[in-house]
Design a protein around this ligand. Sequence first.
Ligand SMILES: [Zn+2]
Length: 276
Amino acid sequence: MPVSKFRQKVILTSFLFLFFWTRSNLWRKMGGLGELTVVKYQRLGVCGDRFEESGDAEAHLEALAVLVGEGGANVVAIGEIGLDYDREHFCARDVQMKFFERQLDLAKRCQLPVIFHNRNTNGDFEEVVKRRRGDFTTGIVHSFTGTREEMLELCALGLYIGINGCGLRTQELLDMVAAIPMEKLVVETDAPWCGIKASHASSTHVSTKFAQVKKEKFVLGCMVKDRNEPAKVLEVVEVIASIKGVDVSIVAQATYQNTLAILFSGVQSAPIVTTR
Ligand SMILES: [Zn+2]
């Protein structure tokens, strides 16, 4: 692994309360990891399509606001929140929209950046983000798979574009990603989903080959075959570097600094170290 400082900060993401409680136990445990400096941060929020699962969406929202308050400086963002019209079977559009806006109210109250989720919303997402742009400090549109025009529009609003394997599937998407200004780019895996597959246009741009075994033959230190894992963020960086025609370290450095600027502004951190 060429990157050593990625471990410096760990953000626990929680989108259901069940996850939150489980992960907050993990959070406590991570405090005792000795020399490894784990700074514990969270982003809190609920995707629109999940809001009704708690049974009482209003109470859910209120509890979320309390958690954000209690988390203080440990809470670094509201998210992921947004709209997903491929998941209307979980939650109707009007309910998604209502609680998307209500969570933007929360972001406004806390002055926190937002991590956005947007899928198949025919311009509705962009409409809300434009109209509410004054209500949040900045934001990342994660797992972006839109067009070049949509990307440029979001960048012009001062937002950042989060890219994982899904955003690198086709040549058209690769051309869009090549045009993302480096100062607006962040990388992610969205593991265990959204991995880069051999059939994707991106696969020929990946240079690192991780040792993999079938899940039935699991070995500590080896990846499970066909499962996307956090370390594979390196593959995303390699593809972007290749299509932009720059060194991997340029993309790694820029996306790391962007992430710090969005989520950890004011936190001092050493630059990442690569072996290349
Ligand atoms: Zn998402």
